[in-house]
Design a protein around this ligand. Sequence first.
Ligand SMILES: Nc1ncnc2c1ncn2[C@@H]1O[C@H](COP(=O)(O)OP(=O)(O)OP(=O)(O)O)[C@@H](O)[C@H]1O
Length: 258
Amino acid sequence: MTSPHPPSAILTADGLCKTYSSGNQQHHAVRNVTVDIVEGEFTVIMGNSGSGKSSLLYLLSGLEQATAGHVLFKGKDIHALPQKELAKFRAKEMGYIYQSINLIPDLTLLENVSLPGYVAGRPKAEVKREAAALLEQMGLASESGRLPMQTSGGQQQRGAIARALINKPPLLFADEPTGSLNYDQGVSVLNLLTKLNHGGQSIVMVTHDIKAACRGDRIIVISDGKISGDIQLGRYDGGDMSERESIVFAFATKEGRP
Ligand SMILES: Nc1ncnc2c1ncn2[C@@H]1O[C@H](COP(=O)(O)OP(=O)(O)OP(=O)(O)O)[C@@H](O)[C@H]1O
């Protein structure tokens, strides 16, 4: 029997390539990647350092132009959009959490979170109200008036997540969101992403960490710029992780991870 609501792709990449050139040297960071990102799923991209994970995320999110191939977001070819239109489209449809957090140092958390709302041209009062609500949801109500440097790494990353969510984007990208955090801060950020996903948020997260990867519904392994593995783990229900960890470890090892 077929499901009454078959999963649909929120984003489709077709024949994606990225070649970086420096002098006479060319580096093929992403090689002919074709993949569907399913709406509502928590998709994880794993792979060795230098395998092309971030490059692929930049292409999928339109942060970088592909050397070849297409990215269709809800049927729209984002790499064919003029730069200005792409920036607006990205602000509305996609949130991006950077590994380096990237909050603006001389703006408060509230101002940082509000900024993409202003860029999208939304009414200021509405943006400010929603930014404050998001910060509260992230457990940062009392830090909202502080500058990033006056908060901890974990608080900054939660602030960056709030910033990525201010325009309620259908798709959230996260590049190693726990990379610069200690263990407890990392777990708290992963719990937050899991909660968002269980609330319906589509997420694509890059990580090299097995424990973080276990949060995914699906894991894609990248080796040398190509997809070398793709596995459905099923939804993480918040319980014991050891079985998922064994599956992911065996899978990632087999598919190219050391
Ligand atoms: N701007 C650039 N110019 C030249 N080469 C680049 C550039 N950006 C990335 N590369 C190269 O492309 C390859 C893929 O890089 P990428 O950052 O996508 O890997 P990654 O899997 O995300 O690595 P890590 O886990 O270490 O962050 C690497 O060999 C890298 O050196």
